[in-house]
Ligand binder design. Structure first.
Ligand SMILES: Cc1ncc(COP(=O)(O)O)c(C=O)c1O
Length: 411
């Protein structure tokens, strides 16, 4: 990218974790141009060819069973759709119970709409709008650096996953509709699910009849080194939320994918009120679907998740080699990486003003990185790196070099 003064930058955040195939892909622009001339608009109260084709394409990338796709304009709306879907499906699957509660995690981000903000576990993004939607509960995220559960132990006990079970039991399983998690918390500071974590959540959900929603708005479409984040585990969600990488940001689009069990609960042959009365004028716009199809041609044709896995692991390794006491932890999966900066061996977060200074120096070195700003006061100390999935080893070195030099600078 170049700014208005002609300075060149390597965008190591892919915009907002979304330009997965990189900038300047003419094939996507051409596909949108052609679509606009062919059919500018058509509501999804019926359907149109690009939406039909895209839903089949997305379903084809997912395990069998995850096959029912609802399109929206954004990740927030796709989360909102998932939450509404979960509440209604839970009531219809468990007649006589009132399952409405949603269990999420502190530090997670799920979007800016009222439901998605309620699921979000970042007080700085909620405080001004409270009270939010009732029925949202939060447990601790997996945080190896300052884990309250596994203190002093080298291995993760998955006690943080068991917190979901404790919450469900305490609240009463017959009141809980769903759990929602990101496979890797992104904007909250990059916290990957430890090995076995998603499997544990799946077991808990199955034990208590609770739906599992995975928010893969960031992790979907190659970011973690697999096509979808849940593929690092052996489980599948009941509802999957997608956006960002579905079009690589070329046009707005989100998608909420339901499995057969959730979908079937809305069939209204016996009960007309069972249908999902949820409507969006622009969601699944023909041009956005055309952009997504061209984007997926590139992403799948170039198998970009493989580059994400290999360049991501080297990048993380080289960042870990930087010798600086302020680096508390470098963590991530594929091309979603967080550098947590601390003030000393007690792991107190580095003051945000210092973190911002370092981030600005990295930018002055020609590389754009992010920060978990406006999340939890005092914890905006994680630099985030999520470049386009086409990033080369040489460009990854450029990122490491910019970070190293910014940390070494004295003023
Ligand atoms: C995990 C996650 N969910 C949902 C959203 C909301 O998506 P959008 O900004 O497209 O509304 C985001 C945005 O960053 C996100 O990171």
């Amino acid at each position: 990218m170049w700014d208005t003064d002609g300075h060149r930058y390597l965008d190591a955040m892919a915009g907002l974790w979304c330009v997965n195939v990189g900038y300047g892909r003419k094939a996507i622009a051409d596909a949108v141009h052609a679509q606009m001339q062919k059919l500018a608009y058509c509501p999804l109260t019926q359907t149109h060819a690009p939406a039909a084709e895209l839903s089949s394409r997305v379903a084809g990338l997912l395990p069998q069973g995850l096959g029912h796709v609802f399109f929206t304009n954004s990740g927030s709306e796709a989360v909102e759709t998932a939450l509404k879907m979960a509440r209604q499906a839970a009531r219809q699957m468990h007649p006589g119970e009132s399952r409405f509660k949603i269990v999420a995690r502190h530090r997670a981000y799920h979007g800016f709409t009222m439901g998605a903000a309620s699921a979000t576990g970042q007080i700085a993004r909620k405080r001004a709008f409270e009270p939010l939607v009732p029925g949202f509960l939060h447990v601790a995220p997996p945080d190896r650096l300052r884990c309250a559960f596994c203190k002093g132990s080298n291995a993760c006990s998955l006690a943080c996953a068991d917190e979901f079970e404790r919450m469900i039991i305490m609240e009463g399983p017959a009141t809980v509709a769903a759990i929602i998690v990101e496979p890797v918390i992104g904007g909250g500071g990059v916290f990957p699910a430890p090995d076995g974590y998603l499997e544990r959540l799946r077991e808990i959900c199955d034990r208590y009849g609770v739906l599992l929603i995975l928010d893969e708005v960031i992790t979907g479409f190659g970011r973690t080194g697999k096509l979808f984040g849940f593929e690092h585990s052996s489980i599948q969600p009941d509802i999957l939320v997608l956006a960002k990488g579905i079009t690589s940001g070329y046009l707005p689009l989100g998608a909420t994918v339901a499995n057969g069990r959730v979908f079937d609960s809305f069939l209204n042959d016996k009960n007309p009120a069972a249908k999902f009365t949820h409507l969006s004028t622009f969601g699944g716009h023909p041009s956005s679907c055309a952009a997504a199809l061209a984007n997926l041609d590139i992403l799948c044709g170039e198998r970009l998740w493989e580059n994400s896995a290999s360049v991501g692991s080297g990048l993380k390794g080289r960042l870990r080699e930087i010798d600086d006491p302020r680096i508390g932890e470098v963590r991530g999966r594929g091309l979603i990486i967080g550098i947590e900066l601390v003030a000393g061996p007690d792991r107190t977060p580095l003051p945000e003003a210092d973190v911002v200074r370092i981030q600005k120096r990295i930018r002055a070195n020609g590389v754009l990185v992010g920060r978990n700003a406006d999340t939890v006061p005092g914890f905006g100390n994680v630099l985030t790196i999520a470049p386009p999935l086409i990033v080369s080893e040489a460009q990854a070195d450029e990122i490491v070099d910019a970070v190293r030099r910014a940390l070494a600078a004295k003023n």
